[in-house]
Design a protein around this ligand. Structure first.
Ligand SMILES: *[C@@H]1O[C@H](CO)[C@@H](O)[C@H](O)[C@H]1NC(C)=O
Ligand SMILES: *[C@@H]1O[C@H](CO)[C@@H](O)[C@H](O)[C@H]1NC(C)=O
Ligand SMILES: *[C@@H]1O[C@H](CO)[C@@H](O)[C@H](O)[C@H]1NC(C)=O
Length: 414
């Protein structure tokens, strides 16, 4: 019997499994080497000022909807913002299968009801949320001194690292982002999720930049090397943060056309790079037309599930783009798997063996070299780096991933 099982196992084992494992190990050790090339100065810690924030309440989406008695709808529909329970289920159904979305809740009664029901839902988690505090936490953990501006509750500051100084209004009711999480493969009625989470918020403070004045006063003394303003997308009704969903949106916005509500969750490298080039060109064209060099775009970082891509103007102040791209890619795995040590058994490479650098005909193809996985090259006045992501296969968390990745990439570049 056991011999039979062994034979069966051999029979079913795909012949190239071992080759794949080896390839992944080489990519991992090479990315780690690229990341370690640059060390953040422990003594003269880089100074970063970050603005914005809220608290996240994370709950299991399907359990919450069940608990408050909202059954799956027959009609998935897109809504720019949400006014009632029916729109909530329609919008949730619309985004459930393809992936992430954030929606503004206009109905404060309904939002409070959802928050109240979530408070005592088993398995819920509170965490420091919003783009800015997550980025602040990651930057402090990577060796930066951080000034964080925003409207926070008094107990919020207790949970922060000693390297984060908080400035801004103290409020009793901080903005809450309700994160309805579901694992890929989760089902809700006839719908099955491919991945990711759904976020609803009803921000009172962030959109008004309530603590900006206080923050501005402290900024002069703090003398930051870098200032990050997070979560501006919350002022509008679609999500930003620069992943594969937000890039096409930003591009259509710049071109004056409609936003794309749903975009390809697994775009090709060539497509993403073309979109990045165009955003870079359009924004810089505007700043030169307005003759304000100060608003020129000099860095653009896009995350997708399969790879990380960074564009940096040559001769600008951004340093170490290659290592930063490697670090961003490693951070994607660390965050989603919930562990600083990357386990190759819980990782998968989904980027192709080679990629074309543009969709234009006759464009160069770059092979993915395991021992030098980060590819960097020069074009016009900028440099581009692309790194494959070791996609985590045992998901511990997804929310906050983008901010950890952005922040980790930034710290090596200042
Ligand atoms: C807001 O939500 C509450 C609770 O679900 C509901 O009773 C009310 O009708 C909603 N208001 C509007 C304007 O839809
Ligand atoms: C843009 O959106 C508006 C309003 O939803 C719609 O009427 C219009 O047809 C759209 N235009 C394009 C080019 O899709
Ligand atoms: C990302 O940030 C959040 C909040 O600060 C934290 O809980 C999480 O562990 C971070 N991820 C990594 C990889 O450190």
């Amino acid at each position: 019997m056991s011999l039979f099982v062994v034979l069966l196992a051999l029979w079913f084992r795909p012949p190239n499994d071992e080759v794949l494992d080896e390839r992944l190990d080489t990519v991992l050790s090479s990315l780690l080497r690229a990341e370690r090339k640059v060390m953040v100065d422990d003594v003269a810690r880089p100074r970063v000022a970050v603005f914005g924030g809220c608290v996240d309440l994370i709950v299991d989406a399907v359990s919450l909807l069940k608990k408050i008695g909202l059954p799956p709808t027959e009609q998935p529909l897109h809504h720019d913002y949400i006014e009632n329970a029916e729109q909530l289920t329609q919008s949730f159904a619309f985004f459930f299968a393809p992936g992430a979305a954030a929606r503004f809740m206009l109905n404060e009664t309904l939002f409070s009801e959802l928050v109240e029901s979530s408070r005592d839902l088993p398995g819920n988690r509170w965490s420091v949320g919003g783009n800015a505090p997550v980025m602040a936490a990651r930057m402090a953990a990577e060796g930066c001194e951080v000034l964080l501006g925003g409207s926070f509750s008094p107990d919020f500051t207790d949970v922060l690292s000693q390297h984060i100084t908080v400035t801004g209004n103290t409020v009793e009711e901080p903005d809450i982002h309700l994160i309805l999480e579901y694992p890929s493969g989760a089902s809700w009625g006839q719908y099955t999720a491919r991945r990711a989470n759904y976020i609803i918020h009803s921000d009172d403070h962030n959109p008004y930049l309530a603590s900006m004045e206080e923050f501005g006063k402290n900024l002069e003394d703090f003398k930051p090397d870098l200032m990050v303003v997070g979560g501006l997308q919350m002022m509008d009704n679609f999500p930003l943060g620069m992943n594969e969903q937000e890039l096409p949106n930003l591009l259509s916005l710049l071109k004056g056309s409609n936003i794309t509500v749903l975009s390809d969750p697994n775009p090709r490298v060539a497509t993403v790079l073309d979109q990045m080039r165009e955003v870079y060109r359009l924004l810089n064209q505007r700043s030169s037309e307005m003759q304000i060099a100060a608003v020129a775009l000099t860095r653009l970082h896009v995350h997708t599930l399969a790879f990380q891509a960074i564009i940096v103007t040559r001769g600008s102040r951004w340093k170490n783009t290659m290592s930063a791209t490697a670090k961003a890619s490693l951070t994607a795995n660390r965050h989603v798997c919930g562990s600083d040590d990357i386990d190759p058994n819980k990782a998968r490479l989904i980027m192709d063996d080679s990629f074309s650098i543009s969709r234009r005909e006759g464009s160069q193809r770059i092979p993915l070299q395991e021992s030098r996985p980060v590819s960097c090259w020069d074009e016009e006045d900028y440099e581009i780096c692309v790194a494959p992501v070791l996609v985590c296969t045992e998901v511990y968390q997804t929310a906050g991933g983008g901010d950890n990745i952005s922040a980790a990439g930034l710290v090596l570049q200042i």
